[in-house]
Design a binder for this molecule. Structure first.
Ligand code: G4P
Ligand code: NA
Ligand code: NA
Length: 192
């Protein structure tokens, strides 16, 4: 998506450790017009897939997920990140390992909002190692709903998540694919 790549070039900054900071429009300040366009793109890509619900993980996945739900006219559910204590009966729970922080976190979704007849689109802001997506796929297995595909705003194609999702035969649509962040420079796959 050209508009997104241009925005990353203009307002993204590359931090050490192959991290792209996009706090100016996605992860802290949020640009609603850009998010609307992102939602429009995902809605186009999945228009013929009979999506019944969208799921994401709080917090940064919510903006693009909502904008997609707005345009597919389906509800959006965000998995919560919190340490579960004892009341797990009515929750689907999955473990998400953060490589960046070297911690394990649980994500949870209430059983109330997903059924085995749902056809779900997973949306997230970043795809790096894929842990968030794999957590949501674990919940899909528990709840027995179908996953029609995964929509990612920014894929770091040089990290393993994207390939791992595709290896499972799951449809992956990433709006910006980053080939490299070496030497403080953003290089997109599309630049080839
Ligand atoms: P992953 O396996 O889910 O792909 O992510 P990973 O554990 O590698 O990274 C942990 C967190 O860092 C995730 O957000 C992920 O989206 C985010 N992340 C990974 N690479 C980048 C990057 O280059 N730039 C930015 N800005 N974020 C990155 P989180 O902390 O779980 O979510 P949230 O609370 O921000 O939504
Ligand atoms: Na995220
Ligand atoms: Na994030």
């Amino acid at each position: 998506m050209k508009e997104l790549e241009e925005r990353i070039k203009a307002d993204g900054t590359v931090l050490s450790g192959d991290v792209l900071k996009v706090d100016q429009f996605l992860n802290h300040q949020v640009d609603p017009d850009l998010m609307f366009a992102i939602g429009q793109r995902f809605a186009q890509l999945f228009a013929d897939n009979n999506i019944t619900k969208i799921i994401t993980v709080e917090s940064s996945g919510i903006a693009p997920a909502i904008m997609t739900g707005l345009q597919l006219h389906v509800p959006v559910i965000f998995a919560r990140k919190h340490k579960s204590l004892t009341l797990t009966d009515d929750l689907y729970t999955a473990n998400v390992r953060s490589f960046t922080k070297q911690t394990d976190n649980q994500i949870t979704i209430s059983k109330k909002y997903l059924t085995s007849s749902d056809n779900v689109l997973i949306i997230d802001d970043f795809l790096a190692n894929g842990q968030a997506v794999f957590g949501l796929l674990e919940i899909a297995k528990q709840a027995k709903f179908n996953v029609a595909g995964v929509g990612i705003v920014i894929e770091k194609s040089f990290q393993p998540g994207a390939q791992k999702i595709k290896d499972q035969g799951i449809r992956l649509e990433s709006l910006a694919k980053i080939k490299s962040l070496a030497d403080g420079q953003v290089t997109f796959m599309s630049a080839e």
